[in-house]
Unconditional design. Structure first.
Lengths: 180, 180
DNA sequence: ACAGATCGTATGTAAAACAGATGAATTGTC
DNA sequence: GACAATTCATCTGTTTTACATACGATCTGT
């Protein structure tokens, strides 16, 4: 998914008023900036999310953490390996359940987290720069409304229903053929 | 990049006012819907873009097409393989330059394109549903402004400059270690 | 006509994600 | 209290995807 990660200049013509396109342009612009701002810590953006979760001291082992972040548990394993190797977090066996390994941020990890947070705020300002302050808050508010609604109907079967609702000639699932 | 394709529920807590987060939620919501709506044609979203380009009859061979869409030329090769196998486009040798292979949409390809276009318009309405008509046009306009500016400073060195500008402790490039 | 460049394709390689198996540790039941 | 079943984190193997490179075919220059 990301399904789409087109790099730079693409379809510059008549799709200027297309919502999906403009949304993608703005989002990718932010993602590019944000990625650059967190590229110094292992795991990139996901490493930051893990660090943030650890610094906020939220409960649960690394499995729960993986589920919350939407990554596979095996990914979380070597994500934490790199993060721990960098001295930002620690795996600490849970005294209550020694199978669990609590993920706690080190002193340096907490400092790095707050530092990166301020960076990301700058990234937001960078993206919103072309708007004057009044328009910025309007945009934030509208976006917040959209996000709230999008979250409520996020479940997968909903888009499936929408597909069947609009589909005309989709009998089966034509998976992509292997390259050979 | 996608760099980030987190699936569903993630960091539900204090980041509600975070621009990057809400932007990502809305964008992923649209992407999910749009992907579902174009999943019936080979290559998914990129297959649709190729089909759209072919149906609009834009000039140039498949190499130029690949560059415009931001995908590798080798990807374009088997992308067109699948698309041609499905009878949506044809590779036609350019009479002026027989190295080039013009990509033209078949009759069925054009029909599929227009059909998919209307579907994607429904997807837009679906995302913008929580807003009343006035707010929708406001949102579209603000987003258009942001996209225009983002496009102008998209070049990579710009974000690099921004990184160095804000970086505090980034001496070298700590590439991620291989898993083993 | 011949050297060099360009287009599309084929091939190999590296990185990333997912599924399944493994070992350690807990819970339940008898 | 012992034993089966479950859960957690990790390891291993497979698959997919993108990229880099090499190749044959074709064009353009001299």
């Amino acid at each position: 998914m990301p399904p789409t990660r087109p790099s730079s200049a693409e379809i510059p013509d008549a799709l200027d008023s297309d919502l999906g396109w403009t949304l993608g342009v703005v989002f990718r612009s932010y993602v590019r900036t944000a990625n650059a701002l967190v590229s110094h810590l292992p795991g990139g953006p996901r490493g930051y999310q893990v660090l943030a979760a650890a610094a906020q001291g939220l409960p649960g082992g690394q499995g729960a953490l993986a589920q919350r972040l939407g990554v596979d548990k095996t990914v979380m394993t070597y994500l934490l390996d790199d993060l721990e190797k960098a001295g930002l977090v620690e795996r600490r066996p849970d005294p209550a359940d020694r199978r669990n390994k609590r993920v706690v941020a080190t002193e340096r990890g907490r400092a790095t987290w707050t530092d990166t947070q301020t960076r990301l705020e700058h990234a937001e300002d960078h993206v919103l720069a072309p708007l004057d302050p009044a328009d910025r808050s309007v945009f934030r508010e509208l976006l917040r409304k959209l996000a709230a609604q999008a979250n409520s109907l996020d479940p997968v079967h909903d888009t499936c229903r929408l597909v069947e609702e609009l589909a005309s000639d989709v009998p089966a699932k034509p998976r992509r053929s292997p390259r050979g």
